[in-house]
Design a protein around this ligand. Structure first.
Ligand SMILES: NC(=O)c1ccc[n+]([C@@H]2O[C@H](COP(=O)([O-])OP(=O)(O)OC[C@H]3O[C@@H](n4cnc5c(N)ncnc54)[C@H](OP(=O)(O)O)[C@@H]3O)[C@@H](O)[C@H]2O)c1
Length: 382
């Protein structure tokens, strides 16, 4: 039985995680839960899973959630500090970090410092503070288990092989909804079109990131830190079917890949039960139902955001945090209809151009860079 602190329980990853807890009550127990503003869903989850501690994003929502829950309820904490307290509670053994965006950084990092094992979905935290998180994990002897399907695939493909014989990590990307849209129409695509991912059902931010391919860019940075590998050894290929979740090529030219249906419960279960594999209610992959698996090179003009991520990684220091913050602002502005789809990468690029890179060591310095980049990106939008 593992005691879990679930950060981001009301989101897509959060709900998939709770589904696993329902399927395997003898293995997993929710000790604490954190959510943002979806109080109705959060209240229902608290009633069902009876966590010992909970936190929400805003102090002003605490009385309303309290009213919804009635007398029999845990103490309701709030804000970054509340989320952190839930993550580092004594009884917690593993933290499923699934808050979206930079808001997940501090609770995740503090959980590492507290020696908690981390199942990491919140890739933005690693993009902002990869070196800091990895160094803290090494120092504390904490295991970081990837939840992202691509990183889970690579993690699996690395097992039983020698790391010094790895040639390349090859991340697969579906190409999103605009893989075949004529380039001259991309400027006019709507929010609704961008939110229609061909294979995965996910939260809004990551779905837009998949359409621009910034998601793959963030994953390149994530892989750099998670697997301690040089950026030049990380490739991206388009694989429209999303069956091969990623691959590792070794120095003898052989490729080892992990395949599965696109269902996030599989990599989440692998992270939570590692090294065991669970027999869940999802369908197994039937090879004969996937007769065609295609692999295509990434068209740079279609997905400029991917190159920005490689550039940020090359510059290093604070630049990936700037990339991430500007992306969050640009995506939010696109979702609100304030900028066009093709403005997203332009806003990120301009914000990066205006940044004088630093080498932040402390988390406060990283958060300062994050604030600067958000303000800069917002001013560019205005
Ligand atoms: N979805 C996927 O299939 C998938 C796959 C791989 C990786 N990931 C990564 O996993 C993370 C979560 O993705 P998602 O798709 O599950 O996103 P999502 O559906 O938008 O859910 C985000 C979660 O974070 C919570 N949240 C947001 N801001 C918060 C704050 N300041 N304090 C506390 N909670 C906050 C939200 O709460 P409310 O909804 O209550 O406001 C929600 O529970 C992202 O980093 C994403 O890149 C997702």
């Amino acid at each position: 039985m593992r005691n879990i602190a679930l950060l981001g329980s009301t989101g897509s990853i959060g709900m998939s995680t709770l589904d696993l807890v329902r399927q395997f009550p003898e293995r997993f127990k929710i000790h604490g839960m954190v959510a943002g503003r979806n109080l109705k869903r959060f209240a229902a989850q608290i009633r069902e899973f009876s966590p010992q501690c909970v936190a929400i994003k805003n102090a002003e929502d605490v009385p309303r959630l309290g009213q919804m829950l009635g007398k029999k309820r845990p103490e309701i904490l709030w804000g970054e500090r509340g989320a952190t307290e839930v993550a580092i509670a004594n009884e917690v053994e593993i933290v499923l970090a699934a808050i979206v965006g930079g808001a997940g950084l501090v609770p995740t990092l503090r959980a590492v410092w507290a020696g908690k094992e981390i199942a990491l979905a919140n890739k933005e935290a690693l993009v902002m503070a990869g070196e800091t998180i990895i160094n803290a994990a090494k120092e504390k002897g904490v295991r970081l288990l990837p939840v992202d399907s691509e990183h889970s695939a690579i993690f699996q493909c690395l097992q039983g092989n020698r790391r010094d014989e790895v040639d390349k990590l090859i991340l697969t990307a579906s190409g999103g909804p605009f893989l075949r849209t004529p380039l001259n129409r991309l400027a006019k695509v709507t929010v609704e079109q961008a939110l229609k991912h061909p294979n995965w059902k996910m939260g809004q931010k990551i779905t837009i990131d998949s359409a621009t391919m910034m998601n793959k860019g963030l994953e390149v940075v994530e892989a750099r830190w998670e697997f301690d590998i040089q950026p030049g050894q990380i490739d991206v290929v388009i694989h429209p079917q999303s069956v091969v979740h990623s691959m590792v090529r070794y120095q003898d030219g052989s490729i080892i890949a992990q395949l599965g249906i696109p269902d996030m419960r599989i990599p989440i279960a692998y992270a939570l039960a590692y090294p065991h594999r669970l027999k869940g209610t999802w369908k197994p992959l039937e090879p004969t139902q996937h007769r065609e698996l295609n692999f295509l090179p990434v068209e740079k003009k279609r997905y400029p955001a991917l190159q920005l991520a490689y550039d940020a990684l090359k510059t290093g220091g604070s630049m990936p945090a700037v990339l991430n913050a500007a992306n969050e602002i640009a995506v939010a502005a696109f979702l609100e209809g304030r900028v066009g789809f093709r403005d997203i990468h332009r806003i990120i690029e301009k914000t990066m151009q205006r940044h004088a890179p630093k080498h932040p060591r402390e988390v406060d310095e990283i958060l300062e860079v994050d604030r600067w980049a958000r303000e800069k990106a917002l001013s560019l939008i205005h």
